[in-house]
Write a protein that binds this ligand. Sequence first.
Ligand SMILES: [Zn+2]
Length: 194
Amino acid sequence: MLPIQFSRPIRRTNIEVKSRYSLYKVELRVDFLSKCGYCDTLDYYSGGTRGFHIDHFAPKSKFSSLVNDYSNLVYCCPICNIGKSDDWPGTSAAISFIDEKGYIDPCHTDYHNHLARNLDGSIIPLTPLGKYIHKKLKLNLRRRQICWLLERMEQQLTQLAQIVKDSDEKNNETKALCDLTLKYFEYVGMLKSE
Ligand SMILES: [Zn+2]
């Protein structure tokens, strides 16, 4: 079993205060390593920064004072954001779960205690609360697993193509395949930076 997140996102605490939460997207993307805080899917697979959402961990519809509070924001994919919506277990922003219902801030170390990843990339709940989050955020969707697998395959393909390209023993077809593969991922890299 693997952690659900490859690296735990960490929100900076010295971010300059801004007038609208949407203006924090650049900083959030850096802090969340270009990935959804909840499912760890790269934003590239949802149309890059423009396709990604900003979730209010404690919903803005219930806690308006936190609407521009950076510590309450999560960079996330549309599926997780829409799944979570304004669901919240109680009336206090400070209490994110009651018994088996609610959420764990994905920047918190405790997040890993409730959700994990199988070796095949699928996401699994570890606790009843993890099960609640898993269901609400639709973490069972196949695309969570496929995106995770693709990310790893891309890294392996790029490395392999570079190794073959640098070796002397290759025919024209192999050389063409390597060049095409490296070019392909050069373009993918351009999309990933957006
Ligand atoms: Zn997500």
